[in-house]
Design a protein around this ligand. Structure first.
Ligand SMILES: O=CCCCC(=O)O
Length: 453
């Protein structure tokens, strides 16, 4: 596996792939470790998670630089990502025993009926490059604490991060085999998932990757959680606080180079405030600093890979060819590295790529709508259903409208974001299942009913 810096094109390192024997050994180790790990008292597992949070904090700068070098995330955002990982560790260290406590049910007199939460076994995690640490800690913190063990198949462009994550758990004192990185390509996923030793799988990634995992998991009757793409609406109503909706909107579209499933991708703006909002959005995009991701001053780094940037650019060009108006950006920057400028498209014809596909980069598509009802109709006119953000001065109105939005979450007067305390996941082509919070930790447990007569 090659790690290549997308800001410079420089090859950072070459990593050996695991051969079949190495994968076999890791699967065996996962199984044998699971038998012991599941017996470790929950309080002890929580303590190890506290340690993992400490390891992350102690190595924050090193891990952040590793992410920035491998996938181009601005360094300030990489540091924030490591901090968020440590927070997720703290959260589950504090709450896992509460989330996993026995549930008692109404039962006939003289009997006791309850649900207990047993771990399932080795969980395969197929994870993407865009949040190389966060996406992994998001599954590992809850699932390991529930007594499962983890097998990570990370994206092939972040191999250094994949190994550093293994280091986090080793240094925190987890048993060998509780968390292992598989250095394999995506063609190996099917066979590993089909293996009896793997009991469940979680994937964050593209729709095709999710469907492939779901198909194999279905064939072998394994539980999955899928967090796939999104084309999240960012709705600005006539009574919205425009300053806040603008500042947050810019961040929601350009954070992480716009490479996020929950980025605001379709801005749906009430006609009364449309002209002002669009003018200010364009000005704000043009004011962003695009450049060296190692600089604290940078807002938008390179796209993670030249091929991905080319795909994004194709989507923009095809949309313009179909009749969309390009207000700013729209051409890769003429410099070394995969730099794409913040881009704004309006008058987007129905059915063009910017309208129907996920744009994984700093490209905002803006729609003008006559009223809140039309805003909701446009918001729902997508095969995705991950998150949504809605801006209005009237919180009651916001909550009424939220009921009509087809998405896994709706944030009113806030950008869509993940938080360890809050369930995260989508509907429709955005996937199924929930990560984080109590719901997340309970996705990969056997909710076992115990009836005591
Ligand atoms: O691509 C998905 C990004 C999730 C980002 C987050 O959890 O904040």
């Amino acid at each position: 596996m090659d790690a290549v810096n997308p800001a410079t094109g420089e090859r950072l390192n070459v990593y050996d792939l695991d051969d079949d024997d190495a994968v076999e050994r890791k699967l065996d180790r996962a199984t044998s470790t699971f038998e012991d790990w599941r017996e470790v008292p929950l309080r002890k597992r929580e303590q190890l998670l506290v340690n993992a949070g400490e390891v992350l904090r102690e190595n924050k700068q090193r891990y952040a630089e590793l992410m920035t070098r491998e996938m181009g995330k601005p360094i300030t955002q990489a540091v924030a990502e490591v901090e968020k990982c440590a927070w997720a560790c703290d959260h589950y260290a504090e709450y896992a025993h509460k989330y996993l406590s026995e549930e008692h049910h109404p039962s006939p007199p003289g009997t006791e009926v309850k649900t207990v939460h047993d771990p399932l076994g080795p969980v395969l995690a197929v994870m993407p490059w865009n949040y190389p640490f966060w996406q992994v800690i998001r599954f590992a913190a809850p699932y390991l604490t529930a007594g499962n063990v983890g097998l990570l198949k990370h994206a092939s462009n972040v191999p250094g991060c994949a190994l550093a994550l293994e280091e986090v758990f080793a240094e925190a004192g987890y048993p060998d085999g509780a968390f292992q990185t598989l250095m394999v390509g995506s063609s190996n996923v099917d066979g590993i998932l089909a293996d009896d030793r793997v009991r469940a799988a979680t994937l964050t990634g593209s729709g095709p990757a999710g469907r492939a995992v779901a198909e194999t998991a279905g064939k072998h009757l394994k539980k999955t959680v899928l967090e796939l793409g999104g084309s999240d609406p960012f709705i600005v109503l006539d009574d919205a606080d425009l300053d806040a909706a603008l500042e947050t909107g810019v961040q929601a579209r350009t954070l992480n180079g716009g490479q996020s499933c929950i980025a605001a991708k379709r801005f749906i703006v009430h006609t009364d405030v449309y002209d002002e909002y669009v003018d200010r959005l364009v000005a704000a995009f043009e004011g962003l600093t695009v450049g060296d991701p190692m600089s604290d001053e940078t807002d938008v780094g390179p796209q993670a890979d030249p091929g991905l940037m080319a795909e994004l650019h194709d989507q923009v060009q095809a949309s313009v060819d179909a009749g969309a108006t390009l207000l700013t950006g729209g051409e890769p920057l003429d410099r070394t590295g995969a730099f794409y400028p913040p881009t704004v498209l309006t008058d987007v014809p129905s059915g063009c790529p910017a309208d129907t596909e996920e744009t994984f980069g700093p490209v905002a598509t803006v729609y003008e709508v006559a009223d809140a009802e039309e805003a909701i109709a446009v918001a729902n006119d997508t095969r995705f259903g991950l998150g949504a953000s809605l801006w209005t001065a009237d919180r009651e109105r916001g909550q009424r409208l939220a009921r009509d939005i087809s998405a896994g979450c709706v944030y009113i007067n806030e950008m869509t974001k993940s938080d360890p305390r809050v369930p995260f996941g989508g509907i429709k082509d955005a996937g199924y299942g929930r990560e984080l919070s109590e719901m997340g930790i309970k996705e990969f447990v056997n909710k076992k009913t115990v009836w005591v007569e």
